[in-house]
Design a protein around this ligand. Sequence first.
Ligand SMILES: [Zn+2]
Length: 409
Amino acid sequence: MAIRRSAAKQHGLPSVVQLRLAPTPAQADALAVAVRVCNQAATYISCLAWQQRTFAVLELHRLAYHSARATVAGLGAQAAVRAIARVAGAYANRRATRKRAHVFRPSGAIPYDARLVSWNRDARIVSLWTPTGRVHVSYAGREQDLKALDTLPMGEADLICRRGVWLLQVTLTLPTRRTREPVNGFLAVDQGVANLAVTSDGAVLPGPALSGTIDGNGHVRSLRERRYRQRRRLQKKGTPAARRVLRRLSGRERRMMTDVNHQISKFVVREAERTGRGIALEDLQGIRSRVRAHRLQRRTLHSWAFAQQIEFTRYKAARAAIAFTLVDPAYTSQACPECGWTSRANRPARGHFACTRCGLAGHADHIAARNIAQRGVAGWAAVNQPHATGLPSARRDRESKPPASVRGS
Ligand SMILES: [Zn+2]
């Protein structure tokens, strides 16, 4: 069962704005001390937590609060509370890292909550806690970000120094908007391997449809292949220097994929908005566990890139008040969107679709995207019909579609 309501329907969305701080040299020194002390405290608490196998906030507070304040010079009461919450969060989100104590980078971003920061928005000055006292620092940012900062409820802020520039990244809660009714159906994206993504309109992304830094699909793919080979070589070597190069490589690759995903999601959301449609994507959970796993888990596409694409699209769609839904990915590559016939025989060659019943033929990823779009329409109708609450949506979804015939698989 893969149909979910758009996240924006339920609650407001967080959005992050970045402010550039202009500290005096003395203030910058104080901020640097704050970063060092907070990260040192977090690592100290993290080691305690790990040794005692205590990961929940309340128990961790009892265990670590006094000892952290006694051990880490300059750690204020509220900063200690934040550090404890941060450690608990780190272990909660990454169960795997419980194998060893989580270490916080000495210069990593540190969180400021409402008690550690206060604002004079008229004067554009922010007051930040440091171990050596509060500093009142002026800030600047993009016009629309400053406007949002002046009007929207604020959450936590992250203080970070990047290449000598002090930044404050502030989380704001965007107001909830009613999702527009997708009057012209759904735009779907098939995230395949042969192409990064193909829409139900037949656009291949990234491609000529996307302007910007992408040189086209082939470029991204060959770059990834090259990186893969390079990585394999370095993995075999296994020396510390090789491992360092490896880390840098994967970071560069990640950044490139993130950029590509941003551009794809931006394009898809803009296109859906322009044409009055919703957006449907395949459910990642399903992708991992079901029929297409073999195809999608090839090395050319990391599963995190899929997850990221879903999140980016979901987020941008919600921000634009566009209907977004995930659909069941089963047999999207074998079903005929015209006559409904589903069979492995519909795929005579890789990348090609030809329905053995009605003769519809085309690019396999494009056909898959059309199937996803149809499921999006059916799923949206099932969940959003009036009086739909009486029935589980999974059952309604099945009822709204003709039964899929499955053969040869
Ligand atoms: Zn057909």
